[in-house]
Design a protein. Sequence first.
Length: 204
Amino acid sequence: MKRAVKSPAAAMGSIRIIGGRWRGRKLPVMDLDGLRPTTDRTKETLFNWLAAYVADSHCLDAFAGTGGLGLEALSRHAASATFVEQDRQAAQLLEKNIQTLGAHQQAKLIKGGVQAYLSSCTERFDLVFLDPPFHQSLLGEVIPLLSANKLLNHGALIYVEAEVGALLPIPTEWQLLKQKQTKQVSYQLYQYLEITCKSPTEQG
């Protein structure tokens, strides 16, 4: 009697950490709908932009998926990274990859939606990665929460990756530092600068 062959829930691929203490390490990832790991070329560009800012920073990987951006930051000596992922399978594998790297003391995994987490979050971050599934208008919901709940330290950097043509509600206190675009993907780096109101005496 033939035994039934159990097919995997999702095909397995891998991501590679391209710099830092875990440089060259490959980690398994699932091929799930909406899961779109940032390419090595884009990661290289991004972390060249961030070279002077990653060490000792507190990071938020808001749509973590594979966790590639947050893990890359930890590899380059970020102080901590908070990963938020609502897909159960992706979160479970990310949790295993964090353990594999021995990063559990610097990493915090939130299994749930980004909006719910940001609505109750009391932490403040130095570096934020916003790389959501495309064509779901998620950035329009999440970006305002970062500002409204004061989750960014002064001078914090925010990386935004979206489909070309996406409308982004960029706050006035976010200053565009870098941007690049391919045929399908647009990505930008912003810096948050707190706007302080001067007193009447300071205004002269």
